[in-house]
Design a protein around this ligand. Sequence first.
Ligand SMILES: [Zn+2]
Ligand SMILES: [Zn+2]
Length: 362
Amino acid sequence: MMWVKRGVIALIGVGLVLVIGFNLFKKQIAERAFNQGVERNAGINRSAGLPDGLHVYLCGTGSPMADPRRAGPCLGILAGQKAYVFDVGSGGSRNLGSMGFPMPRLQGVYLTHLHSDHIDGLGELLLGSWIGGARSTPTPIHGPVGTADVVDGFNMAYRIDSTYRVAHHGTGIANPAGFGGQAVEIELPAGPAGQSVVFDDGDLRITALRVDHAPIDPAFGYRIDYKDRSVSISGDTIYHPGFVAASQGVDLMLHEALNQEMVSAIGARLAERGQARGAKIFSDILDYHATPEDAARAAQEAGVRELVLYHLVPPLPVDLIELAFVGEAKSYFDGPITVGRDGMLISLPAGSEEVIRSRPGF
Ligand SMILES: [Zn+2]
Ligand SMILES: [Zn+2]
């Protein structure tokens, strides 16, 4: 047993030396770690190595609820050389920065509807697009009727800041002509299946379509086709046959999801604890979102390759709870279901059937 004792003493000795060594040199270790981080990340164009295709940046997979793990709804789309952002909830813009989203290629923003959680990161995105993207014209913001009021408001809120940027960096960096947003309102044909192609250059086609988020009207979903790859984005909606029809055969369906049992459990506890206002809100939101099972049914009926759930309600503070969130959804859809997490990049290379996942910068 002597050798065991000696071994333990030796291990404790090595541990002590390591702890003392770390404490003596921790400032130098920290400086080295920082310098290595700068070397690896600063000025590196992380989108440069991506194959030609359709790339989906999950910049926000959460909802309006406080959630340290998920920003408000935000999806970055890179289609060939053209970049777009579909909704920009709070925190979404910073996630795009962390992921190396190619802001200089941003062609515009598309809004699904004007609920606060889908637009409250717009100011930050417009600032990033203006300065980071070296814009010489305002960023186009496409969305339903009312988008012009929203964009006017953000432009006004950031106007004073813009004068500081111009004065400090000069017009070579902050060209006043590129400041802010320019609204482009979309009006769809009437009826639940109303849709309209809002961009088409031969390789890339963006279709806006009506979804059902009553009483919010209009509320849009989108379908994006680039060469032979495609995605559909539900925005906020209950199960909607029009969205299913428009999503036929897409590679990736991004569908919002709310777990009714979880939201009801939170509401019940709020009521028990005398918080009637909170309980009422948790009850109200049940009727205008889809469940994970609804999303899975939509994916199955549309014959999509994969389903990604985003705009997750309620917040899921640890990964394990995602299993409970998904509920019975897997029994409704034959393909893979992914619970979206901020920082995921899903790539669909053109001319292939590949679906490649990565987490750049996270
Ligand atoms: Zn909404
Ligand atoms: Zn929402």
